[in-house]
Design a binder for this molecule. Structure first.
Ligand code: SGN
Ligand code: CA
Length: 529
């Protein structure tokens, strides 16, 4: 789709910065708009995958910039990913290893602090999820916790307020207000973090039903039996067993609970939580107002009635759940895509497009039914990968196949700003790749470490190494399982080659590389002491 049509920058970021002394500094130094969604699967961005939906505004960034085809996270979970991005360091170094017990230490060195010290204005708008108050931002206006889809609560520089409307739209509005009020003589870096499309995938009322005439194709691994992969079987993130028809798929009857034999968790996890999100004025001021609720119910009531009548079970229920999940999720993305379009147009209309880098990414990948899953966490490709599109003015257009990781974002942005990258940052700047330069010694392997267990979804702790061709992972803690995949022969990761005849030498090479990375990154959880 995009050929390697390379446009070289006339000046590198460093040269740009060096060339500006004072005065017109803002015109010369690059601004950055870093857009990050929550749980946005690359499978639902048409620049990456055309099977499910169209995302024309996100695709425009790919068409006018670079599409990373091998972009990964270091720990596939929200808080940890955000901490890796902010610090340029793996979880064991930045201290935020998991959502459940983590509090981000905001006194440490971070990208926004380094940018501020280098003369940038910084702002953080939207989902933060790092528990402690943001540091290093001239302005912060964050959603509480996971954030809500409707009439969400924000904390603006320490003060709580409820804003009425749909979360994705409002988050953009807040960003625009800040952009309007900023000091226009200084360069800026805006972190624009949408809550969407996080569970429980509640679309804007105007997007309800947009995919109802669409039958989504089942992923090839939808009926995975996890043969030879104990760690893949040991989880609670299966669409069949764990996705809740009421909480997740919104089949809440206002008067009666719905029970199905297929869904044993329903009673403990059901209706009350869902209605808490929906009922205006309950528990937290805000959520749906009467008008939003009416639009919602007008769409859902007939679906709920039909669902109750049909009494689906077994395979039929499983496939019905998948279709509803996909419809909700893709409908939520419609609003994300529209808002990415609004941001692009704002920059264009304000004459900022040619000196502003636009980044589009997600805090991790997401399973859209592959292996029968929803959620993320695993080092399997769908959740380990994350979309990454970068529109750098004058930079390269086309695909970048080198393996990059979210610890690389901080050094890259620092280099774009013409600022030095501190020694202790573990990521690598990929600015040269964006400039179309050939980088001969780019990394050949990636390190991953996931920690959140015991916890929701029950994915076991694991670390691993990925090379261009192979992926090796070790699930530890209350399990001791190794999995090795040949991504070339088995891209769906169904055949565990660990311990198999004929793979001894490749297994040994990967184990050696894993330990080398653990030492290099100074992770105390060494595979072999
Ligand atoms: C919530 C969700 C989980 C999800 C985590 C982490 N449950 O706890 O399904 O895995 O967030 O997501 S819910 O019942 O609250 O919807 S993360 O992206 O923030 O890391
Ligand atoms: Ca997330």
């Amino acid at each position: 789709m995009m050929d390697k049509n390379t446009l070289l920058l006339t000046l590198s970021g460093a040269a740009l910065a060096a060339s500006c002394s004072s005065g017109k500094e803002a015109e010369k130094r690059l601004n950055v708009v870093y857009i990050m969604c929550d749980d946005h699967a690359y499978q639902t961005i048409s620049a990456y995958d055309r099977r499910f939906m169209e995302t024309p505004n996100i695709d425009r960034l790919a068409a006018e910039g670079a599409r990373f085809t091998n972009s990964f996270v270091a720990n596939s979970l929200s808080g940890p990913s955000r901490a890796c991005m902010l610090t340029g360091k793996h979880s064991h170094k930045n201290g935020f290893t998991n959502n459940e017990h983590g509090i981000f230490d905001g006194s440490q060195q971070t990208l926004p602090k380094l940018l501020q010290a280098g003369g940038y204005q910084t702002a953080m708008v939207g989902k933060w999820h790092l528990v402690s108050e943001p540091t290093g931002f001239d302005y912060w206006d964050i959603l509480t916790g996971q954030g809500d889809y409707y009439n969400p609560v924000f904390i603006r520089n320490g003060e709580k307020l409820v804003r009425r409307g749909y979360s994705t739209d409002i988050t953009t509005d807040v960003a625009f207000e800040w952009l309007e009020s900023r000091d226009k003589d200084k360069p800026f870096c805006l972190f624009l973090h949408y809550k969407a499309p996080h569970r429980s995938w509640m679309p804007d009322t105007r997007d309800l039903g947009k995919f109802d005439d669409r039958e989504f194709p089942l992923p090839e691994t939808f009926y995975d039996d996890y043969a030879g992969r104990k760690a893949a079987a040991a989880q609670e993130m299966s669409i069949l067993a764990d996705m809740n028809v009421i909480y997740d798929l919104k089949m809440a009857d206002r008067e009666n609970e719905i029970h199905t034999p297929e869904n044993p968790h329903l009673e403990t996890y059901g209706r009350s939580l869902y209605r808490q999100d929906l009922a205006a004025g309950v528990l937290v001021e805000g959520r749906m107002d009467a008008q939003q609720q009416a639009a919602w119910d007008a769409y859902y009531d007939p679906l709920i009635a039909r669902f109750k009548e049909e009494r689906l079970a077994g395979k039929a229920l499983y496939e019905w759940k998948y279709q509803r999940y996909m419809r909700d999720y893709c409908s939520v993305i419609l609003s994300v895509d529209r808002n990415v379009g609004r941001v692009y147009e704002y920059l264009r209309d304000n004459g900022l497009l040619e000196n502003t880098v636009i980044v589009y990414t997600s805090d991790q990948g997401f399973f859209m039914g592959e292996h029968g899953y929803f959620d993320k966490r695993y080092m399997y490709e769908e959740s380990f990968r994350t979309p990454l599109l970068v529109r750098l003015p004058g930079g390269m257009r086309g695909d970048i196949p080198e393996m990059v990781q979210n610890i690389d974002y901080a050094p890259t942005i620092l280099e774009m700003a013409g600022l030095p990258v501190p020694e202790d940052i573990q990521g690598e700047s990929f600015l040269p790749l964006l400039q179309g330069k050939e980088v001969k010694d780019w990394r050949q392997s990636l390190y991953y470490h996931y920690y959140e267990y015991p916890a929701e979804h029950s994915v076991r702790r694991h670390y691993g190494v990925r090379t261009e061709r192979y992926s090796l992972m070790h699930f530890y803690n209350d399990m001791d399982e190794w999995e090795l995949f040949d991504l070339q022969e088995d891209p769906m990761q169904l055949k565990n080659l660990y311990g198999q005849e004929g793979y001894e030498s490749i297994q040994q090479e990967l184990l050696t590389e894993l330990v080398r990375l653990q030492r290099e990154y100074d992770d105390p959880a060494l595979a072999f002491n």
